[in-house]
Design a protein around this ligand. Structure first.
Ligand code: KG4
Ligand code: ZN
Length: 339
């Protein structure tokens, strides 16, 4: 049995997985309401909330799974990247528990947690990892496409500025929608019409050939358009909906433009599976586009359960299970940034 702990940002999460990658419990204490008045995550508040919730959550997870301390064989914990204070609470807590129980600690890279999350299932054992898959990680902090071969992860592109989730959040904040903005934009986009003439967004171009993302142009453009058209959370609802639909589509268009560039540059045989992960993978328009994209190319698509898209400890325990290195709990360090 592996105990997972995730505290890198604004969710405290604890999970228990068995050796087959079967999720026995996955508890998440979300702090969204505590950060909402500030329109974004306040690191100091996040650390304090983790401190308050972590141990009660561990106790509850064991209780819910009908397990005792002696049933835990090792602990996996997010060691970075993330907010340094928030990470420290999780890692120090995990170190104490592992040391006290005399079991190994497995440090996990948060991104690897996201990358493998599409292979977790709601019930039953996890889906076997294929020899090779293409992974799109789209979250509040990251936008990258990776080539994953036998568990070895190669980054194929990255964002030069804002992450896609961050762009959703910043534009949502500007028009007065609550944090986090991604689900809010999606909700309003559902009643809207895509109108590329009224709300024009261009794909970013670089001087050299590159498949990198860049979302700062769409962000600046969206803020300018919102100002020009007087778009506001409390204003004309149809105008807001049309704007959200078109803005969301522009973010997704860029995602698929880059995916296509990368896909055509890969030598045959190409990966047989494509997976998407991270908070933005919860977006229905993203999921539908990726399914259609994959179907057209005869590629298997892996969409994580929505509960495993945003930050959660099940994916951390799973990554620990799949490629974690067991350490002496005293030898695990926190890193807020990982190259
Ligand atoms: O993976 P995650 O929980 O945290 C990071 O590691 O960043 O991702 C959070 C991000 C936020 O930017 C949030 O707005 C976005 O994921 N998000 C969404 C949706 N649900 C969450 N974006 C678009 N549509 C959604 N349904
Ligand atoms: Zn994340």
């Amino acid at each position: 049995m592996i105990l997972g702990i995730e505290t890198s940002c604004d969710e405290t999460s604890v999970a228990l997985l068995d050796e087959d990658g079967r999720v026995r419990v996955n508890l998440i204490a979300s702090q969204i309401e505590r950060h909402q008045p500030f329109g974004g995550v306040v690191p100091e508040i996040a650390s304090r909330e983790h401190l308050q919730h972590l141990f009660p959550l561990v106790t509850r997870a064991l209780g819910d799974a009908n397990l005792g301390w002696n049933d835990v064989d090792r602990i996996a914990v997010t060691a970075g990247p993330g907010l340094i204070g928030a990470l420290l609470v999780g890692v120090a807590g995990a170190q104490g528990l592992a040391y006290g129980l005399g079991i190994p600690l497995v440090p996990v890279n948060h991104l690897e947690g996201h990358i493998f999350s599409p292979y977790l299932q709601r019930d039953g054992a996890s889906i076997p990892l294929p020899e090779r898959f293409l992974s799109l990680v789209i979250s509040g902090g990251h936008s990258s496409i990776y080539d994953v071969r036998n568990g070895v992860i190669t980054m194929l592109n990255r964002t030069r500025d804002d992450a896609i989730g961050e762009t959703f959040d910043k534009v949502a904040k500007f028009i007065g929608l609550p944090y986090p903005g991604g689900p809010q934009i999606e909700k309003h986009a559902n009643g809207g019409r895509i109108d590329r003439k009224r709300f024009h967004f261009a794909l970013p171009q670089f001087n050299e050939k590159s498949a990198d993302f860049s979302y700062s142009g769409i962000k600046a453009g969206a803020i300018r358009l919102a100002r020009e058209h007087g778009i506001n959370a409390n204003g004309d609802a149809q105008l807001l909906a049309d704007f959200c639909a078109t803005f969301q589509e522009a973010l997704i268009d860029q995602l698929f433009d880059r995916l296509e560039v990368i896909w055509s540059s890969l030598d045959a045989p190409k990966p047989a599976e494509v997976a998407v992960a991270g908070g933005v993978a919860a977006n229905t328009a993203v999921r539908e586009r990726l399914s259609a994209w994959a179907a057209k190319r005869g590629v298997i698509v892996r969409l994580p359960e929505k509960r495993y898209c945003t930050d959660n400890a099940a994916m951390i325990a799973f990554a620990g299970l799949k490629k974690g290195e067991e350490r002496d709990p005293r030898r695990v360090a926190v890193r807020s940034r990982i190259a």
